[in-house]
Write a protein that binds this ligand. Structure first.
Ligand code: PHE
Length: 371
């Protein structure tokens, strides 16, 4: 119900006080409801129109109707109310124009000038990044990529790689075996592969020479985790088999790869070693990248190479002819080399990381540094 000015019969101060209070409260309530300029015009006219606006009614129903002895008092009150009404109507207009109406406030709840929500898009893990870098070096030499399963049989992980039955690498100390395999023949028992070398066998089973592949992947060993050991790590295997591949090709290839990964100043050295599936076998050492192969740094023995000037990095060798026997390659015709390198080890050297566990703890503060 819109407010209308009451006709008064009693002009006592108490009745006038109450009537004035009601009028002002209606004035304020209606003002608060005004939300737009067209609203406001109707509001202004209800209160101030010369013809039948509330102020005109005040004049007619209160002032003109008041008996002589009340005229003075009523006149004063009506004047005060007039001023109040004019002020309130005025203030209502400025409120709307200054844009604080509730509809405007509601519309501006969405502030399109605020910066948007940034979602970080993630990045390659340093191990994967290093692995891809290694693969890239060999891709440029014409190698392709082969992968194999992480759960392997004893046959692929050991037997076909010429491991004799009691070779220490088959020991439970190193290998994580899948439980409940005891009723199977040894060669069929499942285990977590301890190296990527089984992919050599799988590759030679499905491809005839010439073969040039790298095989990246995760491997598992029963090692307690510490700063240099992890039960899970990654390797990149390499295999090249053709009709006249020599140890010189192996040396040249790995020397090039180490220079590509660590810089052209790096030297390589091939140190006699043993693997059941290569003969001869070698460990490849690179000149220490921390002391430039000098063995000392800032007058003190280099800690990274134990003052030797060399860092051991990977295993390699000429594929043992016995291995060809397992994959139906003609031992008289083919020759080849293989190598296997630990990805974390290379990442540790390249990036100066002092604890292999950092790669597996998932701490974003560490990982972000490689993004
Ligand atoms: N598989 C060997 C290891 O894990 C590395 C290696 C690969 C050695 C290929 C020679 C040839 O230690």
């Amino acid at each position: 119900m819109p407010y209308s000015v009451p006709r008064l019969s009693d002009f006592s101060p108490a009745v006038l006080d109450e009537a004035a209070r009601e009028l002002l409260s209606a004035l304020d309530q209606e003002s608060a409801a005004v939300d737009s300029e067209s609203d406001w015009k109707l509001y202004r006219d209800r209160w101030m129109a010369r013809k039948n606006g509330a102020l005109t009614q005040l004049n007619d129903l209160w002032l003109k109707a008041a008996p002589g002895q009340n005229k003075r008092d009523v006149g004063q009150r009506v004047n005060e109310l007039k001023i109040k009404v004019e002020q309130t109507v005025e203030a209502t207009l400025s409120r709307i124009q200054s844009g604080t109406s509730s509809s405007r406030l509601a519309a501006e709840r969405l502030d399109i000038t605020l910066p948007g929500i940034r979602r970080s898009i993630g990045a390659e893990h340093p191990v994967i990044k290093t692995m891809n870098e290694i693969i890239g070096v060999f891709r440029n030499l014409g190698y392709s990529v082969e992968e194999g399963p992480e759960i392997e049989t004893d046959y692929y992980n050991f037997e076909a790689l010429n491991f004799p039955p009691n070779h220490p690498a088959r020991d439970t100390q190193d290998t994580l075996f899948i439980a409940g395999q005891d009723t199977k023949a040894l060669r069929d028992r499942l285990l977590l592969r301890t190296h990527t070398s089984p992919v050599q066998i799988r590759t030679m089973q499905k491809m005839k020479p010439p073969v040039r592949v790298v095989c990246p992947g995760k491997v598992h060993r029963n090692d307690a985790p510490d700063a240099t050991h992890s039960p899970i790590f990654h390797q990149v295997e390499g295999l090249a088999v053709d009709t006249s591949i020599t140890f010189c090709d192996l040396k040249g290839t790995l020397d090039h790869a180490m220079k590509a990964l660590f810089g052209s100043n790096v030297k390589t050295r091939f140190y006699p070693s043993f693997f059941p599936f290569t003969e001869p076998s070698a460990d490849v050492q690179i000149s220490c990248i921390f002391c430039d192969g000098k063995g000392t740094r800032d007058g003190a023995p280099c800690r990274n190479c134990k003052a030797s000037g060399w860092i051991e990095l990977l295993g390699c060798g000429m594929v043992d002819p016995n291995v060809y026997g397992f994959v139906d390659y003609d031992t008289a015709k083919v020759s080849g080399f293989a190598f296997g390198m630990g990805v974390e080890r290379i990442a540790i050297l390249k990036y100066g990381v002092d604890d292999i566990q950092l790669f597996f703890n998932g701490d974003v503060r560490f990982l972000q540094q490689f993004a």
